[in-house]
Design a protein around this ligand. Structure first.
Ligand code: C2E
Ligand code: MG
Ligand code: MG
Ligand code: MG
Length: 282
C-alpha cells in the first residue's frame, strides 16, 4: 500500500501496537510449549449424507485449551504455527489423534464401521517430503484403513503446486486415502486445471451456502459447483448448512453431503461418541 500511494509511510510507535506485539510474542511462546503440555484437542463435526440423512463421518477440527485464555480457535493460532514452523509437528499430532479416535470408535461401535475422518492439511505438510511416511506410520500404529481417511487441502495449494505436490497427492491416493478441496470457490478457482489433480471431493465454501436464503437471487453458483464436481467424477460437500431450507435445496440439487450447525456444531469427543451411539437421522 505504501508503495502504491507513492508516499513513504512511517510507523509511529504507539502503546496499542506495543501491547499487540507483546500479545503475539506471548502466544508464540505458549504455542511452542502447547504440544508438549498436551493442550491441543480435537473437536468433531458430523458430515451427513443429504440423500439418506445419515452421518457418514466427521471433520476433525483442532482447538487449543490455553491455561489462561481458555479455548482458542484455529483461526487464531494456525497461521502463527505456520509462520513459526510448528505446523508440521502439530499437523502430525492431529493426524494421529484423529485416526486413533476413529479406529477406537470403529472397534467399539458397529455404527462407526463405515465412518470416515477428515483432516485439514496445511501447505507445509503437503510439501513436506516425509508426509507420506508419517501417514504410513500413523495408519500402522492406529490400525485405521486408509480408505477411512480423507485429507482436506485448499485451492491455493493446487495453485502453487510443484511436481513434488502432485507426486505427494498421488502417493496419498495410492494408499486409498481420499482427497478433498476445502473452501472451494473461495480462492482463485483453478477450474482450468482441476481435472489434473487426483481429487475425490469438492467442499463448497460456506459463503455460497449462506447465499441460499429466502431473499437471495444468486444461488445458481452452488448448483453449478455441484454439477462441476459430478462432471469431474467428484462428490460435493456443502459447508456451513445452517437452515432446513438450505438442506432441502441442496438435497434437491443432488448435492452429496453436508456439514453445518443445522446438523451439529463441532463436538468434543464425548458428545461425538454420544452421537454415534444415538445414530441420528436428519
Ligand atoms: P474449515 O476446514 O473450512 O472448517 C470449517 C469451519 O467452519 C470450522 O471452523 C467450523 O467450526 C465452522 N463451521 C462449521 N459449520 C458451520 C456453520 O454452520 N456455520 C458457521 N458459521 N461456521 C461453521 P473452525 O473449527 O474454527 O476452523 C477454522 C479453520 O481452521 C478450518 O476451516 C481449517 O481451515 C482450520 N483448521 C482447523 N483445524 C485444523 C487443523 O487441524 N489443521 C489445519 N492445518 N487447519 C485446521
Ligand atoms: Mg476443512
Ligand atoms: Mg472448509
Ligand atoms: Mg471454511
Amino acid at each position: 500500500r505504501a508503495k502504491e500511494s507513492g508516499k513513504a509511510q512511517y510507523t509511529i510507535f504507539n502503546p496499542d501496537m506495543y501491547a499487540q506485539t507483546l500479545q503475539l510474542l506471548h502466544l508464540e511462546r505458549d504455542l511452542r510449549q502447547a504440544l508438549e503440555r498436551q493442550e491441543f484437542c480435537l473437536h468433531y463435526q458430523p458430515i451427513v449424507s443429504l440423500s439418506s440423512g445419515q452421518m457418514v463421518g466427521f471433520e476433525a477440527l483442532i482447538r487449543w485449551q490455553h491455561p489462561e485464555r481458555g479455548l482458542v480457535f484455529p483461526g487464531e493460532f494456525i497461521p502463527i504455527a505456520e509462520e513459526i514452523g510448528l505446523i508440521v509437528p502439530i499437523g502430525e499430532w492431529v493426524l494421529e489423534q484423529a485416526c486413533a479416535r476413529l479406529r477406537q470408535w470403529q472397534l467399539q461401535f458397529p455404527q462407526a464401521a463405515n465412518l470416515k475422518i477428515s483432516v485439514n492439511l496445511a501447505s507445509q505438510q503437503i510439501n513436506h517430503p516425509k508426509l507420506s511416511e508419517q501417514i504410513d506410520r500413523i495408519l500402522a500404529v492406529t490400525g485405521l484403513d486408509g480408505s477411512h481417511l480423507r485429507l482436506e487441502i485448499t485451492e491455493t495449494m493446487l495453485l502453487h503446486h510443484t511436481e513434488a505436490t502432485i507426486d505427494m497427492l498421488l502417493k496419498i491416493r495410492s494408499k486409498n486415502i481420499q482427497l478433498s478441496i476445502d473452501d472451494f470457490g473461495k480462492g482463485y478457482s483453478s477450474l482450468s486445471y482441476l481435472h489434473r489433480f487426483p481429487i475425490n471431493t469438492l467442499k463448497i465454501d460456506s459463503y455460497f451456502i449462506s447465499q441460499i436464503n429466502p431473499n437471495s437471487e444468486n444461488v445458481e453458483i452452488v448448483s453449478t459447483i455441484n454439477t462441476l464436481a459430478h462432471n469431474l467424477g467428484m462428490d460435493a460437500i456443502a459447508e456451513g448448512i445452517e437452515t432446513a431450507q438450505q438442506y432441502a435445496q441442496l438435497k434437491a440439487w443432488g448435492c452429496d453431503f453436508g456439514q453445518g450447525y443445522f446438523f451439529a456444531k463441532p463436538l468434543d469427543f464425548h458428545a461425538a461418541e454420544a452421537l454415534i451411539i444415538s445414530n441420528p437421522q436428519w
